[in-house]
Ligand binder design. Structure first.
Ligand code: APR
Length: 234
């Protein structure tokens, strides 16, 4: 595929998943070395597990945060952030909770599955931004409940306002680029058919075929770290 000048598109959405951060050393969820092949999500990534043993679940997520902090954004993250700086209509919608786009200076990232760097009260929705401070048991100032990671676990609902914002951006997009997502976790994966129903140019960047590959007109079977800088210019 020839390099694409983004200036010809008024509205552009990059929709990213765990594969976007893979070359930084952040493990993906599925596939070789995937988190869910090593850990049972039922024990570490659902509200029931947290209610049963908050310390165990917090420790798991603290370990993930440590791993992420030891990783650095790669050339693909940096290039995407620079493109966003040059193009006011470029949005980044991510399923990632690792904050790598922001560390590469991207702004206003739409985080569909929340962030590993925040805690939240499951009852009141109060959010505490911890940045890199260690996860430890913290009580909600309103109800005293133990705050949980502000990320979307299995059987959780996504944040409706954040999801609605992603839908609006995607409905208006003239170019939609999915990077490094297996496209099997809904409702996030449903944003791809939403983009395809409109008139957006559809590009998939992923070394492997995915469940949703058929919805894309163009496929780039390369890793994100080389494909994103090579293919997109302002
Ligand atoms: N560049 C691009 N894509 C890559 C790379 C790379 N270097 N390495 C791997 N991939 C692709 C894989 O081929 C796979 O299709 O990234 C995808 C990662 O898929 P998942 O691990 O399933 O990640 P994701 O799609 O983001 O998962 C969605 O599932 O468990 C939940 O909440 C979690 O947000 C996550 C959601």
């Amino acid at each position: 595929m020839e390099p694409i000048s983004l200036s010809q598109y008024e509205r552009v959405v990059f929709f990213t998943g765990a594969g976007m951060s893979a070359e930084s050393g952040v493990p993906t969820y599925r596939g070789r070395g995937g988190i869910w092949a090593q850990y049972r999500w039922e024990e570490y990534a659902c509200q029931d597990a947290f209610d049963a043993d908050p310390d165990k679940v917090l420790a798991f997520h603290q370990q993930r945060r440590g791993r992420v902090l030891a990783c650095q954004p790669h050339a693909g993250h940096s290039h995407l952030a620079a493109l966003q700086g040059a193009h006011p209509g470029l949005s980044i919608v991510t399923q990632n909770t690792d904050g790598m786009h922001q560390r590469a200076s991207a702004r206003d990232v739409v985080e569909l599955h929340g962030s590993l760097w925040r805690l939240r009260c499951a009852r009141h929705g109060r959010i505490e931004d911890l940045a890199a401070a260690e996860y430890a048991r913290r009580a909600c100032a309103e109800c005293g409940a133990t705050l949980r990671p502000d990320i979307t676990w299995f059987a959780d609902s996504v944040n409706a306002a954040v999801f609605a914002r992603a839908q609006r951006l995607i409905e208006q997009a003239q170019l939609f680029v999915a990077v490094g997502t297996s496209g099997i976790v809904y409702p996030a994966a449903g944003l791809v058919p939403l983009a395809a129903r409109g008139s957006a140019r559809m590009i998939e960047i992923n070394p492997d075929q995915t469940e949703l590959s058929g919805l894309f007109a163009e496929h780039v079977r390369e890793p994100a770290g080389t494909a994103v800088p090579r293919l997109f210019k302002y």
